[in-house]
Design a protein around this ligand. Sequence first.
Ligand SMILES: Cc1cc2nc3c(=O)[nH]c(=O)nc-3n(C[C@H](O)[C@H](O)[C@H](O)COP(=O)(O)O)c2cc1C
Length: 387
Amino acid sequence: MAVITCIADLKELHRKRTPKMFFDYCESGSYTEQTFRENISDFAQVRLRQKVAVDMSGRSTESAMIDQKVAMPVALAPVGMTGMQRADGEIKAARAAAKFGVPFTLSTMSICSIEDVAAQSPAPFWFQLYVMRDEDFVDAIIERAKTAGCSALVLTLDLQILGQRHKDLKNGLSAPPKLTLPNIVNMATKVQWGLEMLGTPRRFFGNIVGHAKGVNDPSSLMTWTAEQFDPKLDWSKIARIRDQWGGKLILKGILDAEDARMAADFGADAIVVSNHGGRQLDGALSTIRMLPSILAAVGDRTEVFLDSGIRSGQDVLKALALGATGTMIGRAFIYGLGAMGEAGVTAALEIIRKELDTSMALCGERDVKALRRENLLVPEGFFDSYA
Ligand SMILES: Cc1cc2nc3c(=O)[nH]c(=O)nc-3n(C[C@H](O)[C@H](O)[C@H](O)COP(=O)(O)O)c2cc1C
């Protein structure tokens, strides 16, 4: 592909260059994938209001997320197994984000460890926590994130149990991949991926191996992770983690106004309106549809970020104009990483910034912080057609 113009181009390269099991892992929603699809199609229903004869010089996409200056209000979302999409993927994405001036979030289920990323990234990053049954592990990983200088804890609330993604079961997803005949045949066609992967020692869940009790090799690891997500996670546990962490806290996976109110009561610095990119509760509504009711519930008591379905700067503009103070992208940056490594993540960020800037200008706005509801045209009943 000669010229890359949009996120869809990066996705096509990602598909070509990455083993099928990891591309499918990225490109899946749970069950029927209705929510996964509607996250995107609902963004398309919200339209932009064109304004002309406005001075468009001196534009800015700069803003802040939890008091951190950002080149644009778009953070990289936590994505498990990023280091399987491309060797050392978390380090590459963290570097691209730091150089661009946006936050990177490291997943608990990353391949590169917290310590590895801290050593290789030029800027502090956010750490995402999955609450596990093993409380010693949770306590220790919070301390590790503090020691590594992580500037926020992103506590994910919508994965106490795993939504089923059919393709992962059919593909026998694992890290590293099992050397079955179909996997070997498929990987043999992904030469660059394979060479880079052979050149790195980072091929296991780096935050877990050697840190969790009884997990010292890959076979015990898969069993451990499958059994470890804590089904008992509730607000009292969230309070305990908040107190132990003591720093900036972002609660991720909120899709309901009442839950958002609770999160604000618990002192969250920000919430992420998210349905995990359609990977958990299939049948849930899209985040863009749920956003206004959540904003109305929390007012300005906490910052409100949105993810799930963002594939362009126009999507970012729509979320901000509705009142979100920031956004996160998952697949959009993973496509870039799978396509071209660190340069691909940078390309994804550049594409989104340019689209945001151009669309903002054509809406007659110069400052991303000034975007508001009047910049949008929304079909009647869009936000309240479900009750
Ligand atoms: C392949 C993949 C792995 C993910 N792993 C995690 C994870 O480890 N922790 C987490 O909180 N969210 C995880 N998510 C959800 C993302 O953080 C984010 O909410 C979602 O990707 C946003 O939707 P989008 O991909 O449409 O941008 C994952 C998403 C994808 C696509």
